[in-house]
Design a protein around this ligand. Structure first.
Ligand code: CP
Length: 307
């Protein structure tokens, strides 16, 4: 059974086709409104979410399907000690496809190995978040007209920010990319992303602590929240949480065609005064996420022979 747990589960060709499908959904939504008639998506969210859960649910409704939802570990039998494996086997009896978010790295893979329906990882701990990457890729392709030959700055919590790990993994497959990694020393990207992705593929990257010094070099600036929930020590979080705040003043140093992204939710990383800047693309990302999740649900249900 085909599931999507991490970005490499999708080939470059499949990413292109998903983006093409999303574009077609945007252009001709009526053609898609009954394709999942009678089918059910289960959203199992054992961690907080606004965008990912609601966009999966909106996606399934806009495809004509139905949604079953678990929100919070406390409202399901996980609170009684049920394993992820047993939960996946159980939910497979009710739903045609599962989207799952879990605080533990690897939980979605365990679910996929035990489910008899496709499982989509909607974020597993500090590991990865492949469907956010689908939203990010469509946003970049729509805003810049390409996914290659770009200078991409990633700023903030690069250690715990799972969207960063997935985006680097995805974009490192395109030609002519270079990354500028902007973070405090304590929040640099994990060694496995640096070694297995950037170094292994010989992708140019620089690391810096200064956003101001590099913002003028960037095509994309991907801001991230410092992930309070992954810190062991509240003091460290309080010390690091406001390391980077993007303001209209700093935006003056950015290129006229800079694309500013953020997976959201934001706390302080982007001043609300930046929202009116035409280079602010983060709410477009939110909408693009719904279309890409529609495209992914369709792809997986077709492959599973369920539509
Ligand atoms: N980007 C993202 O994953 O947002 P939520 O946590 O609100 O789902």
């Amino acid at each position: 059974m085909r599931s999507v747990i991490d970005v490499p589960d999708l080939t470059l060709g499949e990413l292109d086709r998903l983006m093409d499908t999303a574009e077609d959904i945007i252009a001709r939504p009526d053609q898609y409104s009954e394709l999942c008639h009678g089918k059910k998506l289960a959203t199992l969210f054992f961690e907080p979410s606004t965008r990912t859960r609601l966009s999966f649910e909106a996606a399934m409704y806009e495809l004509g399907g139905h949604v079953l939802s678990v929100t919070g570990a406390g409202t399901s039998s996980a609170a009684k000690g049920e394993s992820v494996a047993d939960t996946a086997k159980t939910v497979s009896c009710y739903a045609d496809i599962i989207a799952m978010r879990h605080p533990k790295e690897g939980a979605a893979l365990v679910a996929a190995n035990n489910a008899s329906v496709p499982v989509i990882n909607a974020g597993d701990g500090g590991h990865c978040h492949p469907t956010q990457t689908l939203a990010d890729l469509l946003t970049i392709r729509r805003e810049k007209g390409r996914l290659d030959h770009l200078t991409v700055g990633l700023c903030g919590d690069l250690k715990f920010g799972r969207t960063v790990h997935s985006l680097i993994t995805a974009m490192s497959r395109y030609e002519g990319l270079q990354f500028v990694l902007i973070s405090p020393d304590e929040l640099k990207i994990p060694g496995y992303v640096e070694k297995d992705c950037l170094k292994k593929k010989d992708i140019p990257y620089t690391q810096t602590t200064s956003l101001e010094q590099v913002i003028g070099d960037l095509d994309i600036l991907y801001m991230t929240r410092v992930q309070r929930e992954r810190f062991f020590n509240e003091e460290d979080y309080l010390r690091l949480k406001d390391s980077y705040i993007l303001t209209p003043e700093k935006m003056k140093k950015g290129r006229p065609d800079l694309c500013v992204m953020h997976p959201l939710p934001r706390v302080n990383e982007i001043s609300v005064a930046v929202d009116d800047d035409p280079r602010a693309c983060y709410f477009k990302q939110v909408l693009n996420g719904k279309y890409m999740r529609m495209a992914l649900i369709l792809m997986l249900l077709k492959e599973a022979g369920r539509i």
